[in-house]
Design a protein around this ligand. Structure first.
Ligand code: NI
Length: 179
């Protein structure tokens, strides 16, 4: 079911989400949460969404990057559910991307984040998983998992001159970024 997105200012976006209890993963309400996240992400045109964004206080996020071509990277990352994830940075080297967020509609901002990460998490069946990611996918994962810690991407913008409305971004910035 498509849910309303909580926007910046809503307190649920500013608290650390609760750890998902293991027994919840096997419940109908958990399956429903995953469906709601998928439906909402697709409906609003996101590439990832975290449970707090639909007002649910658990450490759950989903990401899907299919046939995604951006910044010269060809990414095919199938729908993945991250439960109770933990990130380890594998390099201090940073990369910057223009990010957007369903909870901060209409804006884009340039954020630098570590280039390569490891994520340990439970999948939708409660199985322990490990994933190494770099490039744009590493940024998307960090953005989504930040939501579970009450952090929005705008908190990580170092240079506030690198914030733009989407339309101005398309008009003045995108062409330069994609080169
Ligand atoms: Ni977001």
């Amino acid at each position: 079911m498509i849910k309303a997105i909580c926007r910046m200012g809503h307190p649920v976006l500013r608290k650390r989400a609760q750890l998902t209890p293991h027994e919840l993963i096997f419940s109908d309400s958990f399956s429903q949460l995953i469906l709601d996240l998928k439906d909402s992400m697709k409906h609003y045109g996101g590439i990832g969404i975290a449970a707090p964004q639909i007002g649910v206080d658990y450490q759950v996020a989903i990401i899907e990057l299919i046939g995604f071509n951006r910044y010269g990277e060809d990414i095919n990352f199938p729908m993945t559910v991250f439960v109770n994830p933990k990130i380890t940075f594998l390099t201090e080297e940073k990369q910057g991307f223009w990010e957007g967020c369903l909870s901060v509609p209409g804006l884009r901002g340039f954020v630098e984040r570590p280039k390569k990460i490891r994520v340990n998490y439970l999948d939708y069946k409660g199985q322990e998983k490990e994933l190494i990611a770099e490039g744009f996918l590493a940024t998307v994962i960090q953005h989504e998992l930040d939501h579970l810690d009450g952090i929005l991407y705008i908190d990580r913008i170092k240079d506030t001159r690198l914030i733009s409305y989407q339309e101005e971004f398309d008009q003045f910035i995108m062409e330069r970024t994609l080169d």
